[in-house]
Design a protein. Structure first.
Length: 117
């Protein structure tokens, strides 16, 4: 079964780190990804840029409405994700607890489900 581990971080948290602290956090995350890869459970991993580069798109009556980031009301943002393969939800939660970012963020565990048409 596939699970998505979403790294949910406070907006602006990255900007509060020194360059050294940022490199340390990044290094910890790379080591975590490498450990998941070595265990054979990692499908994909990506970091996402800040909300400054984001856009929110909705449509109504065929018209697209685009709101460019950053978003004033946002208190959290998805900072990245890990897509993993696990046998159970409990295993996915255990892996999320191993994630170094759990010390400074929230790791949301979501089971990937089928798209129905």
């Amino acid at each position: 079964m596939a699970y998505l581990l979403l790294v949910v971080e406070p907006v602006g948290q990255r900007a509060q780190r020194t360059q050294e602290e940022g490199r340390e956090a990044y290094g910890q995350m790379v080591q975590f990804a490498d450990s998941l890869r070595a265990r054979g459970v990692l499908r994909a991993v990506e970091s996402l840029t800040s909300l400054t580069d984001a856009a929110r798109v909705t449509t109504a009556n065929g018209d697209a409405r685009v709101i460019d980031g950053p978003f004033a009301e946002a208190k959290e943002m998805i900072g990245g994700f890990f897509l993993i393969d696990c046998e159970t939800h409990a295993e996915a939660v255990a892996i999320a607890a191993e994630c170094p970012a759990a010390a400074w963020c929230t790791i949301e565990v979501r089971k990937v489900g089928p798209c129905y048409f």
